[in-house]
Write a protein that binds this ligand. Structure first.
Ligand code: FES
Ligand code: FES
Length: 171
């Protein structure tokens, strides 16, 4: 199957029963999306698919065929951290950090579609993400700090050369 991951066109083998999370972590070695509950309850595995936040543990890899997937690894560039990442860092929006990639991606997807959300809209957008360290207050401040600062830098496009299967292939 073909898909775009973090701006790069990829061609990968994936078994029909694999989740997108397994494809990202085990084949593409993108371990930023975390395995938490693995049943659609915690948001630790959140990535953006065609700009929408998705629990990667609940989406089959095949469902991502032809789509654009962005993981937390795809946010930073040679110029530095993405504004959402920088805001989380500056606002100390985390403790152990396990939930952070999921929250960052949920915030990223929110700010893509709504660059200046209200606090209520932020809370609603993050409602599907859990933090066992109870850092919700700092996380909220992090998203507020990123408001209006979304990255407008051009990203690599689908036109990039397809690469072969960069991982282990399907089992
Ligand atoms: S690991 Fe996917 S929602 Fe918890
Ligand atoms: S910072 Fe530890 S789970 Fe959120």
């Amino acid at each position: 199957m073909r898909l775009t991951v973090n701006g790069r066109a990829r061609r990968v083998d994936a078994a029909h029963h694999w989740t997108l999370l397994r494809l990202l972590r085990d084949v593409l070695a993108l371990t930023g999306a975390k395995v938490g509950c693995d049943r659609g309850e915690c948001g630790a595995c959140t990535v953006a698919v065609d700009g929408q936040p998705v629990y990667a543990c609940q989406m089959l890899a095949m469902q991502a065929r032809g789509k654009e997937v962005v993981t937390v690894e795809g946010l930073a560039s040679e110029e530095g951290l993405h504004p959402v990442q920088r805001a989380f860092l500056e606002e100390d929006a985390g403790q152990c950090g396990y939930c952070t990639p999921g929250f960052v991606m949920a915030a990223y997807a929110l700010l893509l579609r709504n660059p200046s959300p209200t606090e209520g809209e932020i809370r609603e957008a993050l409602a599907g993400n859990l933090c066992r360290c109870n850092a919700y207050g700092r996380i909220l401040e992090g998203v507020k700090a990123a408001t209006g600062k979304m990255d407008s830098r051009p990203r690599p496009s689908r036109g990039q050369a397809l690469r072969g299967n960069d991982g282990e292939g399907c089992g």
